[in-house]
Ligand binder design. Sequence first.
Ligand SMILES: NC(=O)c1ccc[n+]([C@@H]2O[C@H](COP(=O)([O-])OP(=O)(O)OC[C@H]3O[C@@H](n4cnc5c(N)ncnc54)[C@H](OP(=O)(O)O)[C@@H]3O)[C@@H](O)[C@H]2O)c1
Ligand SMILES: [Zn+2]
Ligand SMILES: [Zn+2]
Length: 350
Amino acid sequence: MVEGKISPIHGWAAMKAEGPVEPWSYVPRPLGPNDVEIQIQFCGICGSDLHTIDSGWGPTTYPAIVGHEIIGKVITKGEKVSNLDIGQTVGVGAQVFACLQKDCKACSIDMDPHCPKGVFTYNAKYSDGENAQGGYAEAVRVDANYVIPIPSNIEPQYAASLMCAGVTVFTPMIHNGVKKGDRVGVVGIGGLGHLALQYARALGCEVTAFSSSDNKKEECFKLGATRFINIKKEDDLAKAEKSLDHLFITSNARSNDYTQFSRWMDLRGKICLLALPENKIELNPGSLILGSVYFGGSLIGGINDLKSALEFASKHNIKPVIEKLPMEKVNEGIQRVRDGKVRYRVVLEN
Ligand SMILES: NC(=O)c1ccc[n+]([C@@H]2O[C@H](COP(=O)([O-])OP(=O)(O)OC[C@H]3O[C@@H](n4cnc5c(N)ncnc54)[C@H](OP(=O)(O)O)[C@@H]3O)[C@@H](O)[C@H]2O)c1
Ligand SMILES: [Zn+2]
Ligand SMILES: [Zn+2]
């Protein structure tokens, strides 16, 4: 670990849509009194990184260093930061700033990802006009409120994927009232999905994995699924009819038929969209109304959700399945995600 500041910060940046990431460096913003600089040890590759590299959600500001499942050690802190120590192992997720004021509707109810002044970890601008840059890099400088201590029984490389994928699936489970005995479905068993199986099982649910990949079946059972349904097989799908209380959609396959999801829900079942497809989705409204089914979505999780997701993982031994790669092989990792080959999260290591 180095102590002090790293400048310029070397990283791997997307330069144009769908291109490879390339070595690039930037001079970070001045370290403010509430800021922390972290020397990055690990960073997961999230599906959102690819949407951003590709300008899939609208034009990305290039060069863009993506990556928001960051784990590292505190190497410098501003004079007002008292709750973090130099050398401490910490994580940063998909958000690096919010106002956290009582008169902010979102912040006052622990929904800080929706703060109007919020800044995401990459492809976002700070109020001073600087671009936020993410975790495919040697270091990152962020607001101390978004620097989360990692429980000591979670090894750093396994903590990375909890910072986005983990909190994103756990938060709506808690806020949508998922409880022991509920029948929970998870569509798409990737980075988010394989953690959703584990969190739902640890909450005491009956868990169905809906996947397009038959070769994930055995692993799904090990991860906590009690039933596996191949989303491409009609006779398999018939078994899903009215069989769920909650459904979490983490697959953004273009061919997903959203109307079929409502058919899987029992009365007043809740569907929660977590994947953010680049295209519009089609959904027959009658399919919701005739079963009194709710359809909604959820955005990452706030600071307190992050702490809860880590604490719950630490208590229930929730552990991402990862493929570690050296940071220099980041393009290989991205390609493995594009090809759907990853089991279940690539974690880059410096
Ligand atoms: N709501 C939020 O705040 C939030 C936070 C993080 C990520 N996300 C979004 O959630 C989605 C999933 O992220 P992730 O990191 O879990 O991705 P991932 O690791 O690539 O997993 C996606 C899974 O979806 C299924 N899939 C089937 N066809 C696909 C296709 N054509 N393209 C992509 N996936 C396909 C695959 O599972 P099977 O083989 O089992 O079918 C795949 O493993 C992304 O859209 C991401 O942007 C949203
Ligand atoms: Zn993410
Ligand atoms: Zn706010």
